[in-house]
Write a protein that binds this ligand. Structure first.
Ligand code: FAD
Length: 494
């Protein structure tokens, strides 16, 4: 007999709801707990998982396997070449191990829910028990409703309700009990499960040696690293977060998104840890930096709630259906210039090069490049959404889709579409001295003063030309007019 926990994007031991419940049941029954992970190359393909994210996940699995082994818990890693076989393989392994109970944390995306529904059917036919837990959000999707009983489609009232709900249900922030060690006999009864190899990244999802050398030191894997990063951020930066979070040249944000996305850090633990540093011990009061940071972590919950309530956002559809008829451009030259960081708008180019250089981009810059793609270039926002997923270490469907919908005005943003970012003003405001630009666009290093924001337009064209830095591929004012007209036409014909 045994109890199994199926790890997915919850690759941690600490504060893991389903794992904790699995351990409790195993202890009560006096049987061992086994960890299971299914590598699904087709899911990586279908979900556009970036090679850097796959690498981070596989490195995390190594750490997790070691940490679990210290508790006498084996981690069995299996590759399901066809994703439709994953559920069947779970059933076979359960039967092989004589296990009747499987625990897992819920994932809310449509594909994942379908997979779980199939698993539940197969389990029911065989008399196996499937136990699922809400774990990834601080507040599970469902209970937060507006005065009319409907789910919220706007962040601000949702956030007020989120805070209220947590204050009234403080157990939501409680640390889940740590899993207990397995009986020592497990080495004898299940010894071979401890020798399971962890595969390399599948074809098409591998980093080059050069990329490994660049990325791995930037992103140490595993939950201890996540906790270290969280503690350091709370120690050094959270107090100033409100002030610094919009300045991409300084490391003013937590840089924890890869860990949230991989599940090496639970949102609960993040919010609780930040709150416990606050002098009020409440979520809504006291230190401004702490409050602001908690409200950002809440965005992650918000976007997951959105996809539960409006699952069609998982199917390439805009949240606002009336925005379905906009005639997007599919200009490949523009798209390539954007992807390569060669648009002639230094702030946009710096940001895109940061994405390539780190597998991560500052939030302010994500908003700037997303707005530039969808408004200035009028390219289909889904091209940008896709490109982000293919390159981000923190690629998360809900947050990415939400962020793109917001920037392209087709998502859950109450602002009308005619609020269009001016990339030049954004650049002057958030990178006033051009430090971020100079770091990521080194050919502009020698450009002095305000010309850094627009070298061709502000007298640095000779230097820019010599350095091979391109002229702006579109002119903002004209592009803005074109976007306004296209949005208007799209909505009117909808
Ligand atoms: P911090 O500022 O320290 O925030 C802490 C945590 O809160 C983050 O790690 C993240 O989990 C959450 N968070 C913060 N801001 C947001 C937000 N706007 N939406 C959702 N969660 C948020 N975030 C992802 O995790 N994955 C994505 O694929 C993703 N794609 C995005 C695409 C666009 C177009 C935009 C505008 C934003 C996107 N974001 C995404 C949100 C945000 O940019 C990142 O979470 C943030 O930059 C990560 O850096 P950090 O960990 O230092 O954040």
């Amino acid at each position: 007999d045994a109890v199994v926990h199926w790890f997915k994007w919850d690759l941690r031991i600490r504060d893991n709801r389903a794992l904790s419940q699995a351990s409790e049941m195993a202890q009560r029954a006096g049987v061992p707990l086994i960890g299971l992970y299914i590598v699904s190359p087709q899911d990586f393909e279908a979900h556009l998982t970036a090679p850097i994210r796959v690498d981070f996940m596989l490195r995390t699995l190594h750490v997790l396997r070691e940490d679990l082994a210290k508790l006498g818990i084996p981690l069995w890693v299996e590759t399901a070449e066809k994703r439709r076989d994953a559920a069947g393989r779970v059933v076979e392994l359960m039967e092989e191990w004589g296990a009747n109970h499987l625990f897992a944390n819920l994932e809310y995306e449509v594909d994942e829910l379908r997979r779980e529904a199939k698993l539940a059917r197969m389990f029911a036919e065989r008399g196996l028990a499937l136990h699922v837990a809400h774990d990834t959000c601080v507040v599970p999707p469902g209970p937060l409703r507006s005065g009319t009983g409907r789910p919220y489609a706007v962040y601000t009232p949702w956030f007020r309700s989120w805070i209220r709900y947590i204050q009234e249900n403080l157990d939501l922030l409680e640390l889940s009990e740590a899993p207990k060690p397995n009986p020592t006999t497990v080495k004898k009864t299940h010894g071979k499960l401890f020798d399971c190899p962890i595969p390399d990244a599948p074809e098409g999802k591998r980093l080059t040696d050069e990329e490994k050398k660049t990325f791995r030191p930037l992103w140490p894997a595993g939950e201890q690293e996540a906790m270290k990063r969280l503690d350091k951020f709370c120690e050094e930066n959270v107090g100033q977060y409100g002030k610094n979070r919009n300045t991409p040249s300084i490391p003013g944000t937590s840089n924890l998104s890869a860990h949230f996305a991989c599940g090496t850090l639970s949102a609960r633990t993040a919010v609780r840890t930040a709150r416990d540093r606050n002098n009020t011990k409440r979520l809504d009061g006291g230190n401004e930096g702490i409050q602001t940071w908690i409200s950002e972590v809440a965005w992650r919950d918000f976007y997951k709630h959105v996809l539960v309530h409006w699952p069609y956002v998982c199917m390439n559809k805009p949240f606002k259906p009336e925005y379905s008829n906009i005639e997007w451009s599919y200009n490949q030259e523009h798209f390539e210039a954007w992807t390569q960081g060669r648009t002639g708008y230094p702030i946009v180019d710096a940001a895109m090069r940061q994405l390539h250089g780190m597998g991560w981009m500052h939030n302010r810059c994500r908003m700037i490049v997303a707005s530039f793609l969808s408004k200035d270039l009028l390219l289909d926002w889904r091209m940008g959404e896709r490109f982000f997923m293919e390159h981000l270490i923190d690629g998360d469907f809900a947050s990415n889709n939400g962020g793109w919908g917001f920037a392209a005005s087709v998502g859950v943003d109450p602002q009308p579409y005619f609020r269009i970012f001016n990339p030049l003003l954004q650049s002057e405001k958030f990178d006033p001295d051009g430090e971020y630009i100079r770091k990521w666009v080194p050919e502009l290093k020698g450009v002095k003063g305000k010309a850094i924001h627009d070298p061709h337009g502000r007298g640095a064209e000779v230097l820019a030309k010599k350095a091979g830095y391109p002229k702006p591929i579109v002119e903002h004012r004209g592009a803005r007019e074109r976007a306004l007209a296209a949005y208007k036409r799209g909505i009117e014909s909808g």
